[in-house]
Design a protein around this ligand. Structure first.
Ligand code: GUN
Ligand code: ZN
Length: 429
């Protein structure tokens, strides 16, 4: 066992709990997993652990590692590719780039860069798209396994309306998916996600097969995209004219349930929101991507009113940053936007929760990751609230937890992340 002394941020239900001089005790549980054994005020807790090695981080904040609910590992180098919206962006940049992952060695190299970038930014878990090439999943899983990360990923399914080089073949794509589930799901901290790219790129047979696999493997995740862009929605509706809505296409094929995560969910009506809620599906809100591609603004008021799960995601490379701080700030802008939907001012504790404990709940991993309550796995970040001169001035004058968190959300980035601890093992940021 070892312990860490610093300020500590964690969550009780949706509320942040902040200990200005705290102690986090980490050690193995009955099954050998490295977990939080105790957390609380240093003065109260320290006497219970005489002789334990305590690492002291004066002036620093220990916080749960961030969780990215939707990111594309092969789009690490697609960041910053401008286009007239989603569909031209896919056609001109994304599909040509993803075709390079046919080369296994290339995928292996990018996997290291991708995981380095997540870690530098304090992201300890992610739900990631690979490409349609099965070995791109192996490349990412092997790299994540070596780093002992809790990472969930899947091979993209796209058997139509996709160019040579990324298009897969219906039958083989399902055989490959099943083999990858058996190879990776539940191995160490890894998980598999069945990954239909989006309804327009998948035949009915492929979606049906994906739904059948999802029914057979109930604790496997599902990830896709929905209701991101008006042209995309029109296209999906043309291809599936009998579906009630774009979202309900996925329901028709058995792809909505707990552990199903849909990116974007922007252009929804209340029936879609109720479908998300009633099936236990969750939205991966991707604000930097939505602003960059001009897709629209996630309706937080609608999500709260109907009550479906949602959390934050970078959606790199449509998204513009790996940094959870940038994503939380963009989510604030998106929530605030009040011309096309009701504008809400999201409190900083809520933004932070959506990228940690809330994201974990969306994944069905509440109490496992995204928090520092006893029993949670030991994935955390050490943050420096004085990382830049302006941030130091702002945080020195913060009169409340909200002010402190808002200062970091607005002014923070990878410079704030001093150190990242994954599965109880540290790495300097
Ligand atoms: N819809 C289908 N594929 C993609 C993708 O790669 N990125 C985004 N943002 N939307 C998509
Ligand atoms: Zn995406």
């Amino acid at each position: 066992m070892r312990a860490y002394r610093a300020a500590i941020l964690r969550f009780r239900d949706r509320e942040a709990v902040y200990e200005s001089d705290g102690l986090l005790v980490v050690g193995p549980d009955a099954s050998g997993r490295k977990v939080v054994r105790a957390v609380g005020a240093y003065d109260q807790l320290a006497p219970n652990y005489p002789g334990i090695t305590v690492e002291h981080f004066p002036g620093r904040i220990l916080a749960p590692g961030f969780i990215d609910l939707h990111i594309h590992f092969p789009q690490t180098d697609v960041i910053g590719s401008p286009a007239e919206g989603l569909l031209p962006w896919l056609e001109n940049y994304t599909f040509p780039h993803e075709s390079r992952f046919a080369d296994h060695a290339y995928a292996v190299g990018v996997a290291q860069v991708f995981l380095d970038e997540l870690q530098r930014n304090g992201v300890t878990s992610a739900l990631a798209f690979a490409t349609s090439h099965p070995h791109s999943v192996d490349a990412l899983m092997e790299a994540a396994q070596e780093r002992r990360m809790r990472l969930i990923a899947g091979k993209v399914l796209q058997d139509r309306h996709s160019p040579d080089g990324v298009r897969d073949e219906t039958e083989q794509s399902l055989v490959d998916t099943e083999a990858l589930i058996r190879r990776w799901h539940g191995v160490d901290r890894l998980g598999y996600a069945i990954t239909p790219r989006f309804a327009p790129s998948c035949s009915e047979a492929q979606l049906r097969g994906a739904g059948e696999l999802a029914a057979q493997h109930k604790d496997v995740w599902i990830q896709s995209h929905v209701a991101e862009n008006r042209d995309e929605i029109r296209w999906a509706r043309e291809l599936f004219p009998s579906a009630r809505s774009y979202l309900s296409i996925y329901d028709d094929f058995g792809l909505m349930r707990e552990r199903a995560i849909y990116a974007h969910c922007i252009h929804f009506d209340d029936a879609d929101r109720a479908l998300m809620r009633d099936t236990g599906s969750a939205a991966a809100v991707s604000p930097t991507s939505n602003l960059f591609l001009g897709s629209g603004f996630f309706d937080y008021e609608g999500a709260r009113r109907i009550g479906f799960k949602h959390g934050l995601a970078s959606d790199v490379g449509g998204g513009t940053s790996f940094s959870p701080f940038h994503t939380m700030l963009a989510a604030y802008y998106v929530g605030r936007e009040g011309q096309t939907k009701p504008g809400v001012s999201l409190p900083p504790q809520e933004l932070w929760w959506q990228h940690t404990a809330g994201a974990a709940e969306a994944l069905g991993l509440g109490g496992v990751i995204g928090n520092l309550q006893p029993g949670c796995e030991a994935d955390f970040v050490v943050l420096d609230p004085k990382a830049t001169p302006l941030l130091a001035r702002k945080t020195a004058n913060a009169g409340s937890l909200d002010e402190l968190l808002f200062a970091m959300i607005v002014l923070g980035d990878d410079r704030v992340v001093d150190r990242v601890v994954i599965d109880g093992q540290g790495k300097h940021g």
